[in-house]
Write a protein that binds this ligand. Structure first.
Ligand code: HPA
Length: 273
């Protein structure tokens, strides 16, 4: 098991020197959802490229910043620039933002992502709250992250999602009159999108949406006591479910269209949390 405390001591020291406050809620922004950071009051932004040992995000639409922000008096840590497994990073690198949030005493985390819709009732532009996760593809790597003892004894995988967080997100959707789907987020490692055959398998096994992030962040967050939830923006029909050829451009374009609903949902959630 990798000790993140020693691996990222310098990174954390550099952050602690600059923070204006300890955040209450952390928000990790998914593909195409990065604009949210500009919709709340930013108190301090730290460029992740200025931090020792911080991995560089290479994905279009993922700028690397830690924003310390304020919304209706709530202190936020907004992570812009997710670190993905498919970029060649280890899981211990991918969960660094979660580790930082926890070390700054943050207690709640909202993970957001773009995902392909597998459930036939989902359409691009829908928002989906994760009722559960499928991390079967990374079970072995999770041991490196959390440690065998925790995985087998504490069963960290069962602590996600936080009931309180999910109930709050549903209440926020209701108040804002935003339709909210609910379902299982299934991680595929990427970097390529799934084949139609893989999507069929995911559906048969109960997956509702596929994406390349979030699961390890959610499991790590839950295992260290953070209350976590995940909101997916369904940016496309998963491969084989439409005639359209899947592309990152389509993902970004749909995320752009759904941005307004996403922002209202997250803002109302923060208000109610
Ligand atoms: N598959 C995997 N990841 C994704 C997709 C998809 O269809 N859409 C957005 N992220």
């Amino acid at each position: 098991m990798i000790n993140l405390n020693s691996k990222y001591r310098e990174t954390l020291e550099a952050i602690v020197k600059q923070i204006p406050f300890e955040p209450e809620i952390c928000l990790i922004l998914g593909s195409g959802l990065g604009d949210f950071a500009e919709k709340v009051e930013t108190v301090k932004s730290i460029s992740t490229s200025s931090l020792p040992n911080y991995p560089v995000s290479t994905v279009q639409g993922h700028h690397g910043y830690l924003h310390f922000s304020n919304y209706l008096g709530k202190k936020l840590l907004i992570v812009q620039g997710r670190i993905h497994f498919y970029e060649g990073y280890s899981l211990s690198q991918c969960v660094l933002p979660v580790h930082i949030a926890s070390k700054l005493n943050c207690k709640k985390i909202i993970l957001t992502n773009a995902a392909g819709g597998v459930n036939p009732y989902f359409k691009p532009g829908d928002l989906m709250l994760a009722s559960s996760l499928n991390g079967i593809n990374i079970k072995t790597e999770l041991t490196e992250l959390i440690g065998l003892a925790s995985l087998t004894q504490k069963n960290a995988l069962l602590d996600f999602p936080s009931k309180e967080m999910n109930e709050t997100i549903k209440a926020a959707a209701l108040e804002e009159k935003i339709p909210l789907q609910e379902g299982v987020y299934w991680l595929t490692k990427g970097p390529s999108y799934e084949t139609p055959a893989e999507v069929k398998m995911v559906r048969k096994f109960g997956g509702d949406a596929v994406g390349m992030s979030t699961v390890h962040e959610a499991i790590y967050a839950s295992s260290i006591g953070l209350k976590a939830a995940s909101i997916s923006c369904i940016t496309n029909y998963a491969a084989g479910l439409s005639d359209k050829r899947l592309s990152h451009t389509e993902v970004m374009e749909t995320a752009e269209l759904v941005k307004n609903n996403f922002e209202r949902l997250v803002k109302k959630t923060i208000e109610l949390l």
